[in-house]
Structures are given as C-alpha cells and as structure tokens.
Design a protein around this ligand. Structure first.
Ligand code: NDP
Length: 284
C-alpha cells in the first residue's frame, strides 16, 4: 500500500474535544446546547446511529433528547412533535433520523423543522443558502469531508474534484462546498457514461453511491485524494465503502478507510452544527 490513510476517527476526536471546550464556555454564558433526535420505528441501523449521536452529544456536555416513536406513528403526530421542539428554547438542533416509514412524507417532515434548528442542513432554505454561498448549516457528511481535506492541506482552488453520487444529503451539498472552495466540480450519477473517464480526471475524488467496489484502483488518477463516503454491509457482515480499498490504496496519495473514515466525522460535524445553532441564539 502506498497511500496515506486519512484517519477520520482521530480527526473527529479532535473536533469533538474542541466542541466540548466551546460548550463549556457557552454554559458559562448560560446556554447549554441541546439536540433532539427523533427516531420513528425500530430499524436496527437507525437505532445504532441515534444512540451514537446521543452519546456523542452527552460526551461533549450538550443536552441530548431522544424521542422514539412507533413505526405506525401518523404523519400529523410526528409533525406536532417537531412543532413542539421548534418552540422549545432548550433545543437548538432537531434531527429526524432517516429513512422514515413509507406512509410519512419525508420532504414535508424536513420542511417542518425550523430552518434555524435544522442541524442536518436538509431544509430547502438551508439548501438554498448553501447553493447561493451563504450557508447557515452545512450538511454534516460533506462538512466532515471538507474538514478532512482541510486537515490534509489538500489544495482545492483550481483542483479537479469529481463526486460520484448526487443525493441531496451527500453528493449535491458536497458539490456546493467544493465549488465554494474553488474546485472545478464534476457530479456523477447512475446515468453517467464511462464513470472511469470521469474519476480518472480527479485530483479529489469523493464517492457516495452505496455501491461497494464501484471505484477501483484503475479508475483513480495516481496521487489523487480519495474520500469514500459509502457504508455497506456485505453478506459476510464486513463493513466496506464504495471504493475497492486495496486497489485504490496502491494509486491514491491519501484515502479514507471504512470504517473509521467519513463516518465519525459526520457525527462530529453534527455537534459543530448544534453548537453553532446554540451560539446564534446568544446573538439573536
Ligand atoms: P442515495 O442512494 O440517496 O444516492 C446514491 C447516489 O449514487 C445517487 O445520486 C445515484 O445516482 C448514485 N449512483 C448510484 N449508482 C451509481 C453508479 N453506478 N454510478 C454513478 N452514480 C451512481 O445514497 P446516499 O447519498 O444517501 O448515500 C450514499 C452512500 O453513502 C451510502 O453507502 C450511505 O450509507 C453512505 N452514507 C454515509 C454517511 C457517512 O456518515 N459516512 C452519511 C450518509 C450516507 P442517481 O441520482 O442517478 O440515482
């Protein structure tokens, strides 16, 4: 292996320690940042994510409130819960764990969260602010990727950045953040023809498709920085990313592992967003 490993676990620990310090300072000023996480249903993966988010929140000295709701909760009841949290001055950030059961309109739920408490950054007004270069909340996963690139001193101005995957929660906001940093951005989706021709141009390659092994070493420019956002559980139980790590690590200058790469950064940036939301209440 020739690549440097970008250690998301270590970087996230630094970010979280820094957040914890700032939480203490904010508490001195009478504000304890509070995050509410709403979980609908009993999807085991979602339960783990919610548990991890709540634990990280508490470890940073923040108030954490988890609101578990049954999988058959009517949409109106969920919207009412969100509305109560919108009004609650102890809560600065609200996150509804996705995916939601099929009978609930996810878009409507996201739009019901107050944009000022939308720490996931998915609300349409936060997406619009990000797109117009005035971000309030940056979505946690792409925000974490930017932190990783910054920690590695990766030059982004004028760099060719290629993103594979164009979802609202990862690929699209990632494109906006890289564009704002001065990169020339290519955003690929499932209809992209000759994916390798796109990825081989990348100085910075971000992969977020949910397709294990979609990017192999022969699709990577030698010396590129490779960020693997994917989290996939193989039938064997092994957790892997979207990038074929072994072949990619022969070619890339630096690469994120899965697990221990982008995943821990997502939670760290959720804490950053919650802290920032709480800080803003002091100035409002
Ligand atoms: P989505 O399923 O919402 O989006 C996947 C995207 O990948 C779509 O834009 C899709 O294209 C594109 N895609 C699918 N197949 C191909 C292909 N063959 N070639 C090019 N593009 C393709 O997924 P998410 O964005 O929510 O998540 C992606 C991955 O990242 C998942 O593994 C998820 O678990 C992981 N994830 C990890 C996080 C972390 O903290 N590390 C956080 C969030 C997600 P199209 O638009 O045409 O359908």
């Amino acid at each position: 292996m020739n690549s440097r490993i970008i250690d998301g676990k270590a970087l996230s620990a630094q970010v979280r320690a820094d957040v914890a310090k700032q939480v203490q300072a904010l508490k001195q000023r009478g504000v304890t940042p509070g995050l509410a996480v709403v979980l609908v249903g009993d999807d085991p993966a979602s339960q783990v994510y919610v548990r991890n988010k709540a634990a990280a929140c508490e470890a940073a000295g923040m108030l954490s409130r988890v609101i578990p709701l049954g999988s058959d909760t009517p949409e109106g009841e969920l919207l009412a819960v969100i509305d109560t949290l919108n009004q609650d001055p102890a809560i600065h950030g609200i996150l509804v764990q996705l995916p939601l059961p099929g009978h609930i309109d996810t878009g409507l739920v996201i739009e019901t969260i107050s944009a000022a408490k939308d720490v996931d950054g998915f609300h349409v007004s936060n997406a619009g602010l990000l797109m117009t270069g005035r971000p309030l909340f940056r979505p946690c996963t792409p925000y974490g990727v930017m932190k990783m690139l910054e920690s590695e001193n990766v030059p982004l101005r004028g760099a060719e950045a290629v993103i594979v995957g164009a979802s609202n929660i990862v690929g699209k906001p990632m494109a906006m953040l890289l564009l704002a940093a001065g990169a020339t951005v290519t955003l690929c989706n499932s209809k992209t023809q000759d994916l390798g021709a796109q990825t081989r141009r990348a100085d910075v390659l971000v992969v977020a498709t949910g397709k294990p092994g979609i990017v192999r070493g022969d699709m990577i420019k030698p010396g590129a920085i490779v960020i693997d956002v994917g989290i996939n559980r193989l039938p064997s139980g092994k957790l892997v990313g979207d990038v074929d790590f072994d072949s990619a690590a022969q070619v890339a200058a630096a690469i994120t592992p899965v697990p221990g790469g982008v995943g821990p950064m997502t939670i760290a940036m959720l804490l950053v967003n919650t802290l920032e939301a709480a800080e803003r209440t002091l100035n409002s």
